[in-house]
Design a protein around this ligand. Sequence first.
Ligand code: NCD
Length: 327
Amino acid sequence: MRTSSKKDARRALKPVHVLRSDQFTPATLRKLFRLADSYERRLDQDPMGVRNDFPGHILVNTFYEPSTRTRMSFALAASHLGLVVHGTENAREFSSAIKGESDQDTARILASYRPSILVVRHDQDVGPAHMAEVSRVPVINAGAGKGEHPTQALLDLYTIVKKKGRIDGLVIAIGGDLKHGRTARSLAFMLCKYRPAKLIFVAPASMQIGKDVLGCLEKAGISYERTADLCRALPYADVVYWTRVQKERMSKKAYARVRDRFIIGPPEMALMKEDAILMHPLPRHREVRKEVDDDPRAWYFEQAKNGLYIRMALIAMLLTGTLRLPP
Ligand code: NCD
């Protein structure tokens, strides 16, 4: 039996972990997007046709926070590719976390059962990175606290590129709860790698985007504006990316103050450009009215669908060793 922790540490350095959106370069993203396109085509042609791509591999989903799209699209992406999927939802209650086991112990054990990939959603910003430190297999951050959600940013960026053909030169408005929402943060970090014309962050001061994101934009020379006024953003944006107020991450009082601000309904859609798109990572609550769903610019269901193809591509690149990311 090996007990050397130094050896363990060296081994644990080897796997490629997907933890933050700044790990991705435009070149890596181009490869990933091409592969995602090909998986969509292949599934369209024959839904069973990709099942033999990675037989025998195993993906483990460990979700400490609720999820519909991320968990299911990882599971379905893996199943389409021929992997076997195991795991737990509500890991805070359904795993030994409830007995006080640390997430690093959990990660060490799960990884030692030799899955090919460990997907982790965590309630702490550093959770997945912490688990990756002791994992001998790749860990994918599937959303961590108020920190990052890099695979959501992958599918968001993919959706924009698919629909608009580019990122460079676009005005992108990102609105809602930008302080507690990890998807807005990860998307903005990823946009730092491109040359959008401008980012407009639409939120009240109490929910505005973090200084770390602004620092990244400044370093990249990307201009940005912060406003609480929808009229200063919607008419100029090529992409409107709206997000939910993260009720579970604030006090009841704070939620009551902000919950009805920043709602997009038909009057707000009327302010938007004819060829703009409205995106949302979902789930939506009240911030995007249902009446908007039939507007051809409402693109959130297409966006969610792209999550399947992007996660298939991500899994495939990890398993073929073609995903090269900095730690
Ligand atoms: C988001 C999340 O979990 O961060 N959902 C998702 O993964 N698509 C957004 C949210 O919860 O508001």
